[in-house]
Design a protein around this ligand. Sequence first.
Ligand code: PLP
Length: 380
Amino acid sequence: MSDSIRVPVSLPLSTRQCFGLGAPPPQAFPFNGGRTQYYYLARNAIWHGADSLGLKPGDEVLMPGYHHGVELQSLIAKGMKVRCYRVDQQMQIDLDDLRAKLRPETRALYITHYLGFPQPVTALKRIADEAGIPLIEDCALSLYSSSPEGPLGSTGDFSVFCLYKSIPVPQGGALSLNRADLPLPPPPKEPDRLSTTAYILNGLLDSLLLSRVPGGEALSHGLRSMARAAKHASGSTVVPIDTEEFDVSAMDLGTREIARRIVRYTDPARTVATRRANYARMGERLDPAVRRVLPPLPEGACPLSFPIFVKDKVATEQALRREGVGTINMWSRHHPDSPEGSFQDVDYLRKHVLELPIHQGLRFEHVDFVAAKASALARW
Ligand SMILES: Cc1ncc(COP(=O)(O)O)c(C=O)c1O
């Protein structure tokens, strides 16, 4: 991240969350009961969830053509075969194409809720039930999101969550086993302290950056540079989060207690309300010449970001960064098992979707700043 960034995509960590101050707020799915296991990354949860379901090498899993890539890789690395179905330009599953792709050798149906927007889970569960196969719900981008049918992730036989995308944990994925007969995987191993401390420090510095403390922005940039230099000088490495590389040796890693405490001290209701308000504000403030990807926010949805279509992702990303706005270039890379040309709409999404930040660490003044810059630099 450039030192001049004023609105980061990464999440600020408050001292209350970090040190567990005061009474913890009421929790939401998947942390309010049920059988939820924490992992270092969401891909670990997919890996172990597949074992709980009893999936075997050679089994075919039907997956969305629009994917990060690492979720496919988790199953491919276990020897499973992946077959993809179509997702449209509004990131909705094409149910007709999905039904057409189902065949007798399909052993599981995998669905993804994109950026907090729900897929039609009841219809999807019915399709899976009629085929006699389990439903896997990927909520990596949809923590705390609900539809009128209930919390996302509560319908599938198991569901997975990527925690560090939505809350300021130094690491974390979660596996929710929603069927009583599914065996709990073996307890994961504790990750190292240095990786944890490095990401915690980043979160605290983001908090300072976004605070109203006089000089907070400069102090945050200065301390971050010092921390980077110290890390470089010591030659230390961290186990990365938010990485496209798949490392099978990290599959058994779990979380440290501080990550679980941050989850307990994160207020789901407030997180959802702030993200929804920021999303709505962004929609109002953006120039109409900036093209929206998604329909209006459905009731209960917790948006992860505000995606827009831009002509040139890299150029727009760089232009916004120079103006102090962090963005996410969503999923440009094609996985070799679903190459370019497999689905026209997916190719379009990969080529044109950029995510603007609307997370819970931002106040309206930040959202207005992002909207103004995007209105100037991200018109179609
Ligand atoms: C849809 C989806 N599923 C799974 C994952 C894997 O998450 P993690 O990086 O925590 O392993 C990602 C990561 O971005 C994702 O976008």
